[in-house]
Design a protein around this ligand. Sequence first.
Ligand SMILES: [Mg+2]
Length: 386
Amino acid sequence: MLTVNGKPFLDTLIQEVARHGITEILLLAGRFGEQVKEAYDGVDMFGARLRVLIEPSPLGTGGALRFALEELSETFLLLNGDTWVDADLTDFMFAWERDRQSSDSSSVQILLQYVDDMARFGGIECEGPTVVAFREKDALARNRPGYINAGVYCMSREIVEAVPADSVASLENDVLMPLVAAGRVTAHMAPKGSYFIDIGVPESYSRAQSELWEARRRPALFLDRDGTLNHDKGYTHKVSDLVWIEGAREAIKFANEAGYYVFVVTNQAGVARGLYSENAVVDFHRAMQSSLFEIGAHIDAFEWCPHHPEAIVDYYRQDSQRRKPAPGMLLDLMATYPVEKDGSLMVGNAASDIAAAEAAGIRGVYYSGGSLLTLVAQEIDRLRSN
Ligand SMILES: [Mg+2]
């Protein structure tokens, strides 16, 4: 519950996880568990549903995970609550699933972070992609560069089942070490120079106050949806009607890899007209996200405007500042995510898209057909070379 820039660090961590397409998040709480439950249990944040489990007594990191067994998916992502590394978590999960299809030996994948000075951390030794040793914190490692455990894992549920119930266990010593010995832990490197912060250390905690927002600042690719990402059948809303535009998924992956936020901003007047519900909009977006996961890509957030001044459904009848050509959806995103306006762009197939972009102070690019990848790659490359 430590705050950074006036809000809990956990909010930022949840936002970072959710923007990679994770829709269910379980918080394992120990000390101050009631406070965590009060703030987060049953809450929806950034498109993810949160739940909180409080361990009955201090069980250690491994014991707490075992306590949560019934709640875990067959495979899941595990993160420390007090560290953050700037890494593409979708790509991290994608790499693990791909490796598991070619060999079944990996039960855990660890994200490794390159640091210039390993003294404060335990180092990790690898042979190829396989982790062969965890080193203890080592004062002799001062000023020695190397890879450390960033506290982010992909895991299969079966390894948690192997931990004895209701007993104290350490994730590192009791769960990971035996798997390392069995050659079942693999590593995935975060790009060198990726930002990493551990707010459990006092000097890093004070550093986070000034650095965290800036460290997360990146340009954004805002995308219209119907007619730009998917073929527009007129009030498209059925998952079975999702047909991607040529190069659209690849354009999103290109932007992910270029370090851009990718946001969808879409008018959904069909809701105001009573043709479909907002739940249908959410389902359609989930289907888009699932399809993107198949190539290791993701959309960071979806914004839609269900309002229309002439709505049939009373609830949605209003002249919303979020409805394009007004820039509200883009401005809301820029207030929620640290967006670098220089280098950002909005791509859409209607004059209202370009108008919304310009009203938000973002470059607007008209899409008139052909490969969306070609257009997006060309625009991003140009913006980055400026
Ligand atoms: Mg459109």
